[in-house]
Design a protein around this ligand. Sequence first.
Ligand code: ITT
Length: 185
Amino acid sequence: MRERIVFVTSNPHKFREVKAILEEHGIEVEHSQLAIVEIQAMRMEEIASAKAKSAYGMVHRGVMVEDDALAIDVLNGFPGPYSSYVFKTIGNEGIIRLMYSIKDRRASFISVVAYCYDDGVEPVIFVGKVDGMIAESVKGYGWGYDPIFIPKGSSRTYAEMGDDKNKVSHRRLALEQFAKWLRER
Ligand code: ITT
């Protein structure tokens, strides 16, 4: 049977990437732009899990949410759970300024997928993490933090990688685990 899930996100770029990856596994993804109140918490898993549960309460079908965070080592993991707010306020230029003259540019991009499929059942959670570096300047045309994140082993930012990003991304790592879980359950 072909799986069909609902993915709740306000971000069309995320939807496009998720759809492409899950379709490779024969999973159909329906986009929902339901507004879900996000709780404030330090742990991404907690935020994503709460979001998936409230989404299930509204759609009553297998529903997925995905939360991402950019975590900069020298800033103790900042912006982490505040990645969305920081992007809207200081953006990529602001991050580059914060990192001015800092030599240790290590960072990671984290994706947390939460899937809720029944009432009273805790959502399943899958985490993908890619280590990398913050670029010296904004490079390439991409969405979100793509123009400033260089995954380990690459000389290009996610934005400069074009479609290759989706082959190695933090999102891909989390979704591959999710697809395996769906297949085996
Ligand atoms: P949701 O409605 O799905 O929550 P969002 O855009 O608010 O959409 P997140 O909170 O998960 O998504 O993302 C935190 C920030 O990180 C936000 O500014 C995104 O644009 C950015 N982001 C997420 N995934 C990214 C990726 O693969 N590449 C670049 N930036 C990304």
